[in-house]
Design a binder for this molecule. Sequence first.
Ligand code: PLP
Length: 423
Amino acid sequence: TPSEGRREPLGVTESLWPSEPITLGPETSARQLVLKKIQDLSISGHQDPFMVADLDVLASRHQTFLQALPRVWPFYAVKCNNRPSLLLVLAALGTGFDCASQGELEQVLGLGVAPSRIIFANPCKAVSHIQYAARCGVQLLTFDSEEELTKLARHHPGARLILRIQTLGGRSTFPLHTKFGARLLACGRLLQVARELGLAVVGASFHVGSDCHTPQSYRQAIADCHRVFEMGCKAGHQMSLLDLGGGFPGIEGSEAKFEEMARVVNAALAQYFPEGTGVEVIAEPGRFYAESVCTAAVNIIAKKASLEPGGHRKLAYYLNEGHYGAFRIFLRDPVPRIPIVVKELPSDPHLFPCTLYGPTCDAFDRLFSTEVQLPELDVGDWLVFPDMGAYRSTMSSTFNGFPITTVYDAMSPQLRSLLETVP
Ligand code: PLP
């Protein structure tokens, strides 16, 4: 069962690090490290974009999650950021992993993580990926349709299945309910069909949408899962696993929202799945863990100024990272993220409406659909974007021949020795 896997944290020996992490001293934050790197690069005449991943932030997010949601075992959503160093730290800290494909299963199993610590949480899977999971002993898989059950009965009859339900009525930046999740009304039949096919359904899951804005969405979904548990037991299944999915905020400053979500979740669990009923609760947080881990630094490689009617000055800055690189998801953010300008400026600089373009030859390659207010800057100046760890690097391409942005890992000696002493 998943709880058995929890007792198998992975030790991180030196040879496992993909590259030597930079040591964060007591007085060096990752932000300072970014500024130092910018200085070093500028001195040597280099302007390539880069990111710094602060692994201590990752460890502290894990602690925050466990403290706020003591009954919930996190299965980190690998799709959010699959950087090996992040996965290694989480493996050592004892999280489980939510994988969406054979590639992600291979990556996590390749680290030595036990299959019992993995959930294959994509309700619509290719047959060959299901067969791979079966061969590797990954038993927890989600489904939301009869067709998926037919494939699972044929290719993974020993699986322990989780029925993913649809969540309606809430708000999130990236809703998922149109693509995934069975309607509550359809669940009775799905559970019956699973039974007839000889499949074991062991629980229910949902996803309230990534970057959820409505904490009460969790309450409704947990109540709906309670209904599914009742239906499952009636159909002859042994229902014992509740999966809360992702949706928790990750950006710095969203702590109050997360705490409110945690309060809603804990209260709903106490009401619908009280302790002592033998139900294990897991979740699949992605951005909550990864978003604030990475900081990106990009350089202005070209600039154009224009005068609008009325004499208003507008600026276009061309950056060396953009939509086809690590910033693809920016265009779907509800409000543009204003970068930190790395330049000595007057205390109250005049701001201009600026369009931020990426480096490729495609006109669609811009960071935000609207203009942002920035001061007059020059070619060679640097911009820093914090909170760049979620759905950035994993979505990068090399379109137009621009390489994937280099990421430098950084961690304190304390965290490093903690990880290396895990048996
Ligand atoms: N689980 C599933 C099935 C998902 O599709 C996603 C994101 O799309 C996640 C977990 C992670 O969600 P989040 O990053 O909002 O925590």
